[in-house]
Design a protein around this ligand. Structure first.
Ligand code: DQA
Length: 146
């Protein structure tokens, strides 16, 4: 099982950006947590982050025939990007949408998610743990992590 974990713009700023919303953990810390969990489960994982919409689209396209599952936090592009939705539809790789914060309790403009139309599940507001729960879902396991 090979899983691609994709993060969109400003996720590299975790730890610095709005800690009251996203917590104090860094992107490096998030990567370490995901890699450690994947190792424990015997799952191969690749982590990718970009601030550019086109790069995210290209990475999804390149996942075709290579990865069995995608965990994606498109960050701000969640609320704007038809291109990322179309890329996911093109490659037809099972995908789970993750948001660190509970976007359902935030501004109106965060209530739209284009990728949600494609993703099998979405996990919002569970912090970094949400990424691990998304991996569980792709593995067909119960999502919850204590
Ligand atoms: C986010 C929520 C988005 O609305 C925001 O633009 C982000 C992060 C989250 O993980 O909570 O950059 O995707």
């Amino acid at each position: 099982m090979k899983i691609l974990v994709i993060n969109g713009p400003n996720i590299n700023m975790l730890g610095i950006r709005e800690p009251a919303i996203y917590g104090s953990g860094t992107y490096m810390g998030l990567c370490d947590m995901i890699e450690e969990y994947a190792r424990k489960l015997g799952v191969e994982v690749e982590l990718y982050q970009s601030n550019y919409e086109g790069d995210l689209v290209t990475k999804i396209q390149q996942a075709y025939g290579v990865f069995d599952g995608i965990v994606i936090n498109p960050a701000a592009y969640t609320h704007t990007s038809v291109a990322i939705l179309d890329a996911l539809k093109a490659v037809q790789i099972p995908a789970v949408e993750v948001h660190i914060s509970d976007v359902s309790q935030r501004e109106d403009f965060r209530q739209i998610s284009y990728v949600r139309q494609y993703c099998m599940r979405h996990i919002i507001g569970h912090g970094f743990k949400g990424y691990l729960e998304a991996i569980n879902i792709l593995l067909g396991k119960a999502a919850n992590i204590q």
